[in-house]
Design a protein around this ligand. Structure first.
Ligand code: G4P
Length: 293
């Protein structure tokens, strides 16, 4: 989805109300909810009302883009969500890692009781229905395509298909409901918004690129200094400001403008792009609350 479009939708209360209604109305049609989050910022990339909206439904959290996240942190997040009563699995749609664990985990863990009940009453043939939700850019379409393979592409090619909500039949035993409403992220929390801007999930223009890169560099110097040493061969000094770090990167990369000044704008674009594409290594932007070691 285009970022500008997303921003407009986010701020339009009518859309929020519609999405809320869609979720509430469709919950009764499904057995469980799969919530996709970005493994690099699992809380910041959640819809703030998701717990309330789906309360009472068994839930699985899919920590997607785990190829870009710090593995140890991802394990902490899995433990965190499990401690809150949801199942959680790490998924990487780039390589497909974790995809094959989703449905067995839904049947074996999330819906174990329902499966046992169906077994006892001889209803094992009934399909499991799963609602898929997630804020834009967490990889909802990619996961659904990975799960559905060619079946989904065929359904989309059919002309005149109503797109208000979309059931995707995976096999005789599983159906996914791809919720069409746009879920908004936590934009009232500024730190969360900044983390989402780092990942590219929300529009870059909440902050200008240089400010964004400076904030990212300060975070990296604090939490992942090795990534800066490895990628840019710079030594972050204690107390370096974001601007100083950005200048160090620009200088090392020879990004100069006439008069010997450093082109901090170019350096900022490089840092942001390289973070988003994983060139700075596997980085997680937030840890579960109250569990820092
Ligand atoms: P959405 O439906 O939730 O809005 O997200 P979508 O599937 O469109 O995915 C958003 C972007 O995230 C896409 O990149 C997609 O390729 C990427 N992505 C999804 N899952 C993963 C993952 O596990 N790891 C990584 N590294 N990236 C993932 P894009 O740049 O928008 O498009 P493209 O480069 O795929 O063309």
């Amino acid at each position: 989805m285009d970022n500008t479009e997303m921003k407009q939708i986010q701020w339009f209360p009518g859309h929020m109300a519609k999405t809320r209604r869609l979720i509430t109305a469709n919950l009764k049609l499904v057995d469980a909810v799969a919530e996709i989050v970005d493994a690099r910022a699992p809380l910041s990339s959640r819809n703030p009302e998701m717990d309330r909206l789906t309360s009472g439904k068994p839930r699985i959290v899919l920590l997607n883009k785990s190829d870009l996240a710090d593995e140890k942190a991802t394990q902490k997040w899995i433990n965190y969500f499990r401690s809150k009563g949801a199942e959680a699995v790490a998924v990487d749609c780039k390589s497909g890692k974790g995809i094959k664990n989703i449905l067995p985990s839904v049947r074996g863990n999330v819906l174990r009781e329902l499966m046992e009940k169906r077994e006892r009453s001889g209803m094992t043939g009934a399909a499991v229905r799963l609602m898929i939700v997630g804020i834009p850019n967490v990889g909802k379409s990619t996961i659904i395509n990975r799960l559905a393979g060619s079946k989904r592409a065929k359904a989309e090619d059919r002309p005149g298909v109503t797109r208000t909500k979309q059931w995707v039949k995976l096999d005789d035993r599983t159906e996914l409901l791809d919720m069409p409403g746009v879920l908004w992220p936590k934009f009232e929390d500024q730190q969360a918004a900044i983390r989402l801007a780092f990942t590219g999930a929300i529009s870059d223009d909440i902050l200008d690129t240089e400010t964004l890169a400076m904030k990212l560099l300060s975070f990296l110097a604090e939490e992942y200094p090795q990534s800066l040493k490895d990628r840019y061969k710079i030594e972050p000094d204690a107390g370096d400001t974001g601007l100083e770090l950005l200048e160090k990167v620009g200088r090392k990369r020879g990004m100069m403008i006439s008069g010997g000044e450093i082109n901090t704008e170019r350096a900022a674009i490089t840092v942001i792009d390289e973070f988003r594409s994983g060139k700075l290594g596997r980085i997680t932007l937030e840890l579960p609350p109250g569990k820092e070691e």
